[in-house]
Design a protein around this ligand. Structure first.
Ligand SMILES: CC(=O)SCCNC(=O)CCNC(=O)[C@H](O)C(C)(C)COP(=O)(O)OP(=O)(O)OC[C@H]1O[C@@H](n2cnc3c(N)ncnc32)[C@H](O)[C@@H]1OP(=O)(O)O
Ligand SMILES: CC(C)C(=O)C(=O)O
Ligand SMILES: [Mg+2]
Length: 563
């Protein structure tokens, strides 16, 4: 043993002897039965447990999402929980297709109080548990196996007796050998079989056998082996609903639940966004959305995930992590350049009802009620694609590729200097400053254009521009308006590239023009212009490019590019 090696005080988790395990070859083709334990396991793990009002809002939201089995509390633990559960029953707040579940230790007085809390409900499930792992048997109870079995059997017998006095309620039993995942499999089987022998479930009225990883202690494949082993060995299997309840101590609860379902589990207990004791219960939102991405409808409605998240955060008084799969603030956001480029191209090519194939996005944000707007954000890690996407989405400006490259240098400079994210409005302001507001020394005032199709230069423009604020009347002819305008300016410039598109439609439509100009044999620069008149927009774009060239030249004067 290595001295001072902390790892030396831990044991490797033993493999399950299940040579012919079947689960690795299975796929999940339908959702499990979902059970939310937000109001019990989630609530018991909060710094401040929920008030009855919050619990009720949470309950109603769970119903709305479509969860049919809801663990609503531990009524024997407190008057608040008892009253809340009683209120649900007495105020007839439980829809006919929803089953409420109440948890109790397998102790007589607690079982009595629990039955009292739900008696009279149309249907109610009492969830009885006792811990069965060796360390609990030794440390907590100081009991041998048979005595531990007796706790569960006695509790079940009492429950059977008590419920016989309330035939108006359709009673269901859920039994959990707590700490199942760290218990010898033969003992878990022994105690579950003993409980089901007392309760005598039938396929029409099955008993829920919940097999929790109370503390997640192994890799998820081991948990799957344990579940498959139990499914194969339990008595009265056709009268049992096998449930799993993974906790997230190793950070693999989602994987454990998924493999457990492949291994035969019919039902999954968990909490929204993974709240729950210590590192949490398995996250039902992630599980459900993972199914979506495999083409399996989870049977739950998370089409407005932001509203669900808001309510959960309010009730739990715990934030959902910004990187939470599907619901986090940042999960549909790409900052890095190559991601932005691929996402932008993906959105452009994605057809409305086709299979979803946008790179880097496993799910369509719209399916969760999230908008595309926040998908791409720009900071110093971003390339041209991100800022081009934002300008197009938010301002309708579709920059040509070479202009994107040119402008992204300006964006990058600002991002590098500030070290912060740059909002779409900042990018637009920068674009306006760099291109649209470049009006010195040349500023467009007005123009008149005439066309004579028989002429070799069919277009003539008479244009007024201010040069250093002094009006100048210029005239030029050419093959088209821009050609004629360039000739009217009388500068040593060549038009290299031209793009235009409309912004908006109808009476408010405007034209955006982008031109790339070369000065003499020097470098090229872009200019941009926007106007309700497309010809005016193109003239403004030319002057924008000219002014930028002049600004960039050493002399900073128009003579630098005079013909
Ligand atoms: C993994 C889980 O999440 S399990 C659910 C855990 N949740 C909670 O415990 C929240 C609500 N619980 C409570 O408020 C309290 O535990 C109560 C009110 C239910 C009971 O409180 P107390 O009577 O003080 O008992 P406490 O919970 O401390 O349990 C200790 C005793 O119960 C016994 N016990 C614990 N669990 C069980 C069980 N499932 N079945 C039978 N006996 C049990 C212990 O051996 C111990 O016995 P001892 O006093 O003879 O040594
Ligand atoms: C009560 C049981 C099911 C529990 O919450 C656990 O074992 O984690
Ligand atoms: Mg738990």
């Amino acid at each position: 043993m290595m001295l001072n090696n902390p790892a030396a005080k831990y044991r490797p988790f033993p493999a399950v002897p299940l040579a012919d395990r079947q689960w690795p070859g299975k796929t999940i083709t339908r959702p499990p039965i979902w059970m939310s334990t937000d109001l019990r396991d989630g609530n018991q793990a909060l710094i401040e447990p929920m008030s009855p009002e919050k619990k009720l809002r949470f309950f109603e939201m769970l119903v709305q999402i479509g969860i049919k089995e809801i663990e609503v509390g531990f009524p024997s633990a407190s008057q608040t929980d008892f009253d809340f559960v009683r209120g649900l029953v007495d105020d007839k707040r439980i829809p006919d297709d929803v089953t409420i579940i109440v948890l109790t230790q397998a102790r007589d007085e607690l079982i009595r109080r629990t039955v009292e809390s739900v008696a009279g409900a149309k249907r109610a499930c009492v969830h009885i548990y006792n811990s069965v792992a060796p360390v609990f048997r030794r440390v907590v109870f100081g009991m041998g196996r048979d005595e531990i079995v007796q706790i569960a059997v006695n509790g079940t017998k009492l429950f059977k007796e008590l419920t016989a006095a309330h035939p108006e309620t359709d009673w269901r039993l859920e039994y959990s050998p707590e700490s199942f995942s760290t218990t010898e499999l033969d003992f878990s089987k022994q105690i579950v079989d003993a409980v089901s022998a007392v309760w005598q479930p039938t396929p029409a009225k099955p008993m829920i056998v919940n097999l929790p990883s109370t503390v997640e202690a192994s890799t998820p494949n081991v948990y799957a082996d344990q579940i498959e082993w139990m499914c194969r060995h339990l008595e009265r299997r056709d009268a049992l609903v096998i449930s799993v309840h993974p906790h997230n101590d190793r950070g693999t609860a989602v994987a454990a639940a998924e493999l457990a379902v492949m291994a035969g589990a019919d039902r999954v207990e968990g909490c929204l966004f993974g709240n729950g004791e210590r590192t949490g219960n398995v996250d039902l939102v992630t599980l459900a959305m993972n199914l979506y991405t495999q083409g399996v409808h989870p049977g739950l409605d998370f089409s407005d995930i932001d509203a669900v998240r808001q309510l959960v955060e309010e009730c739990n008084q715990l934030p959902v992590h910004p990187r939470h799969p599907y619901a986090g603030d940042l999960v549909f956001t790409a900052f890095s350049g190559s991601h932005q480029d691929a996402i932008k191209k993906g959105f452009a090519q994605q057809q409305p009802d086709a299979i979803w194939e946008v790179p880097y996005l496993p799910i369509d944000p719209a399916d969760l009620g999230r908008s595309y707007d926040a998908v791409i954000r720009v900071n110093s890690q971003s390339g041209k694609g991100g800022m081009a996407y934002l300008l197009e989405q938010e301002y309708g400006l579709a920059l040509p590729r070479r202009l994107q490259i040119e402008f992204s240098r300006a964006v990058q400079k600002v991002a590098d200097n500030s070290g912060r994210e740059i909002a779409a409005s900042d990018i637009h302001a920068l674009f306006s400053r760099e291109y649209l507001e470049q009006d010195t020394p040349y500023h467009y005032v007005s123009h008149h254009m005439t066309e004579n199709s028989t002429d070799s230069h069919p277009v003539r423009v008479d244009v007024t521009v201010n040069r250093h604020h002094a009006p100048q009347a210029l005239h030029g002819i050419g093959n088209g308006p821009i050609d004629a305008f360039v000739s009217a300016l009388g500068l040593d410039i060549r038009l290299m590239d031209y793009h235009e598109h409309s912004i908006g439609s109808g009476a408010n439509a405007r034209a955006a023009c982008y031109v790339e100009l070369r000065v003499a044999n020097g470098p090229t620069l872009f200019g941009a212009g926007i106007d309700s008149n497309i010809v005016t927009a193109s003239f403004k774009a030319v002057l924008s490019a000219v002014n930028r060239h002049i600004g960039a030249s050493e002399q900073g004067d128009v003579d630098a590019i005079a013909a």
